[in-house]
Every structure is written in C-alpha cells, then in structure tokens.
Design a protein around this ligand. Structure first.
Ligand code: 5GP
Ligand code: ZN
Length: 116
C-alpha cells in the first residue's frame, strides 16, 4: 500500500468506490467517468506503478487480473457480445493513475480504432 496512491486508498476502503468484484489478489470497481455502459477498473492489490514496472518478481499479478476480467464479463452477461481490455502506460499512453490497472469496457459497440 502506497500512502499517496488513490487506488491503494480505494482498495483499503478509505476512498469510496462502487465495487464490482474482489478476491485475494484483485479489486475491481466502476470507473468514475465511464466511457461505456460497463467500464470497470481491475486493480491488483499489490501496488505496482504501471506495466513499465513489471518484472519477473511481480508479473504474477497479471493472471488474477485477467481471470477477474473474464469473471466480470460473464457476470455482466457480455462475454459473447464482446468487450475490450486496455492498459494505459506512462504519459503518452494516457496513464493518469500510477497504480497498475486494467480498463474493462463493454455494453456497446466499441469503435474499431485503438483510440490513437
Ligand atoms: P488511466 O488514465 O490512469 O488509465 O485511468 C485512470 C482512470 O481512473 C480514469 O478512467 C478515471 O476516470 C478513473 N478514476 C480517477 N479517479 C477515480 C476515482 O476516484 N474513483 C473511480 N472510481 N475512478 C477514478
Ligand atoms: Zn497503489
């Protein structure tokens, strides 16, 4: 837990969020500015700044993040319709919060582009 990290505070419950899913490794909650009818942020409980800071010692955090994404889309009933997952990384990748998180977007026809 990083004292100054927004998502660490959300995981700890000191900042409120709309929780969608939680297990031992992962906390998932609704994005405050949703870009789709379903826009969930899936966050490993272990604080890692970004994908740029992954290495052999911490890369195991990704597995439960993707498994949580699959559980959530099943629960939301959009597995077959489809969904998108995105990691933003560093300034030109559009990252605003420096606690690794996977965006899960679903519930409408998403554009074919990559948002470039
Ligand atoms: P990033 O640009 O870092 O990939 O995405 C950060 C996301 O966090 C943004 O989509 C933003 O809307 C969301 N966000 C920022 N602050 C809060 C907050 O306090 N609560 C929630 N639920 N989402 C937040
Ligand atoms: Zn954090």
């Amino acid at each position: 837990m990083l004292k100054e990290c927004l998502f660490c505070k959300i995981i700890a419950g000191s900042i409120k969020s709309e929780k969608v899913y939680e297990d031992e490794h992962v906390f998932a909650f609704k994005d405050i500015h949703p870009k789709a009818p379903i826009h969930v942020l899936i966050v490993p409980k272990q604080h890692i700044d970004s994908l740029a800071k992954l290495d052999e010692s911490n890369a195991d955090v990704l597995k439960p993040v993707f498994l949580a994404a699959q559980k959530i889309v099943k629960e939301e009933g959009v597995l077959e319709r489809g969904f998108r997952t995105v990691f933003n990384c560093n300034p030109e990748g559009g990252q605003l919060v420096y606690h690794l998180h996977l965006h899960l977007l679903a519930g409408k026809q998403l554009g074919g582009g990559m948002g470039a």
